[in-house]
Design a protein around this ligand. Structure first.
Ligand code: NCD
Length: 346
């Protein structure tokens, strides 16, 4: 099948191309994760987390993927996600190499990006990729699947569209936070800020919509409300949606507040400059309005949308969320290489 025909397949139906022998092989889109796979991954991540507390646990984990090597190809700015993948590879013993600036590689000499990535597949067993071009990671996976040197691709964030591993760590944090309170289902979640262009928020909203009885509040400036395609898919999943422009009104009702920064790197003509982002920011005084057992998340990096004083509140979970990213990404690697069953040997 040529790529044009491949793209004609509806995104949800493309999931079958990311599978090998009934297992997830490429990690491309949040649509690949159903609730039972999520629970399996969360259980693996929980075990990894516990093992990292003991020296012999750390040594055992490091033995699991010692025979594998990963290329981290991050040609769009990233600190957290890059380091998180690097740390996750180190947890499970994988060697890594990185490309962050293609101008320092032979792409500078005129080599196509396709050829450059193909070279990595000869040296490495997995490619983790963040590229500014939407769909590039998927295209490379398709391209190499047709060659004899296919390796698993993990999407580390593609344009405005998808950021599946961020969604996993966000949901894992919700799952852990609500585990003694009936779980992720039946809760109210507020998503605040640039909901149109934030791929992290887009991705986690999709994952969360699979759970029962969740209500979602979308608190955003009109210009940056959730995209129509996402809203439509939520309506199909019968998620109750409430749109609002007023954060203070919503705070007392919700169990989770997911804050996001304005994504002005995607501005076409300075549209972010028109927005007073203060109304979509969280200040220490606002905490009084929130439920005592609610949680505050943020994919980070933040700007001024969460006042640093808020960090001191026990409901601020974003630093923990960051650490959870290590465990869930390590879990994903064990899963993709079909090694997670070996955790039982410990
Ligand atoms: C997010 C991203 O890159 O989409 N950050 C991240 O991966 N930790 C969110 C953002 O940049 O606002």
């Amino acid at each position: 099948m040529n790529y044009e025909d491949y793209l004609k397949t509806a995104p949800d139906d493309r999931v079958k191309y990311y599978q090998r022998d009934d297992r997830m092989y490429h990690v491309m889109r949040t649509q690949q994760f159903d609730t039972s796979l999520l629970e399996e991954l969360f259980e693996i991540a929980n075990q990894i987390k516990l093992m990292t507390r003991k020296p012999n646990g750390i040594d055992f984990l490091k033995s699991l993927l010692r025979h594998k090597k990963a290329m981290l190809y991050f040609t769009q700015p990233s600190t957290r996600t890059f380091l998180s993948f690097l740390g996750a590879c180190q947890l499970v013993g994988m060697d890594t190499a990185e490309v962050r600036d293609p101008s320092l590689s032979s792409e500078y000499k005129g080599e196509s990006q396709e050829d450059a990535v193909r070279v990595f597949s000869s040296y490495f067993d997995m490619i983790v990729m963040r590229d500014p071009k939407p769909g590039f990671c998927e295209y490379m996976a398709y391209y190499l699947d047709r060659s004899a040197r296919s390796v698993p691709f993990i999407n580390g964030g593609s344009g405005k569209d998808q950021h599946p591993t961020q969604a996993l760590l966000d949901l894992y944090t919700m799952y852990r936070s609500f585990q003694d309170r009936g779980g992720v289902s039946g809760k109210r979640y507020a998503f605040v800020g640039d909901l149109l262009r934030g791929r992290a928020v887009r991705s986690v909203i999709f994952l969360l919509s699979q759970f029962d009885d969740v209500e979602m509040y979308f608190v955003a400036p009109d210009a940056f409300q959730v995209a129509p395609d996402l809203e439509q898919s939520l309506e199909q999943s019968r998620v109750k949606i409430i749109k609002s422009g007023n954060l203070k009104e919503v705070l007392p009702d919700v169990d989770c507040v997911y804050m996001t920064r304005i994504q002005d790197e995607y501005d076409m003509s300075g549209e972010s400059g028109q927005i007073n982002y203060d109304q979509f920011s969280l200040y220490p005084d606002d905490l009084k309005m929130m439920k005592p057992d609610s949680i505050i998340l943020h994919p980070l990096p933040r700007r001024s949308e969460i006042h640093p004083e808020v960090d001191l509140d026990p409901r601020a979970m974003y630093w923990r969320q960051l650490r959870n990213g290590l465990y869930i990404r390590a879990a994903l690697m064990l899963y993709v290489f079909n090694q997670s069953h070996r955790l039982q040997e410990y």
